[in-house]
Design a protein around this ligand. Sequence first.
Ligand code: PMM
Length: 263
Amino acid sequence: MGVLNVTPDSFSDGGLYLDPDRALEHALAMEAEGAGIIDVGGESTRPVGARAVSAEVEIARVRPVLERLGRRLRVPFSIDTRRAAVARIALDAGAAIINDISALGFDAAMLPMAAAAGCAVVLMHMRGGPADHARHARYRDVVAQVGEFLRARADAAIAAGVRPARIIVDPGFGFAKTARHNLELMGGLSRICALGYPVLVGASRKRFVRTIAGGSAIEVAYGTAAVNTLALAGGASIIRVHEAAPAAAVIRMVVAIVARGGP
Ligand code: PMM
């Protein structure tokens, strides 16, 4: 899953793709590099100082990009939003997936709309909102509690009419989690996979990677690749990344090794 942030202030790529034609160009480049999904977002969720935007602003940012993707992209695309009004526009433009960092819990209209649309949904674990989730990073057993949350949200989605085969779950790396929590979630990824849904891991360029691997561009890139390699080996089905080419190389390598019975 290649990230296409149409925001002025996202953590690592803010402001780069506000122009819809540049955004399309980047999406097509990621597709050519091997991205199987393009994830379009118009709301920054950076941990410190993310500015809340209205649905109107979010729509104004993403609509021209979504319309271009609907016409030009061959791979499916997702909309990274917590708002049903934004998701509606994306679905109308051809989006196949709603990627909701609030696990369809922020906007009451989201669940019924996703169920009626029959699209796939990414249910991500977070606590609090984009601006204050860091304050909520306290757990008794982070793997168990994230797993319980994801199971409950999946159950709620199914009760609302979302088909189980349409559900993807995501532990929400970096959202209301310290570096230690992120590492524990990596260690316990098989327990998240055991929920029975495809698991998405979004660790690309996140702060815990910078903290541990180092903050230079090459350290962040290799740190991201290391997390993604272990996530795939641990059972993840989708890795959400800013750079499609190295992620595609990681996938090719892991798939080849796992097909031979390793590691
Ligand atoms: N991370 C960000 C935004 N959206 N969606 C999912 N499903 N999982 C994530 O980990 C996730 C997300 C924040 O990262 P960015 O600002 O670099 O896009």
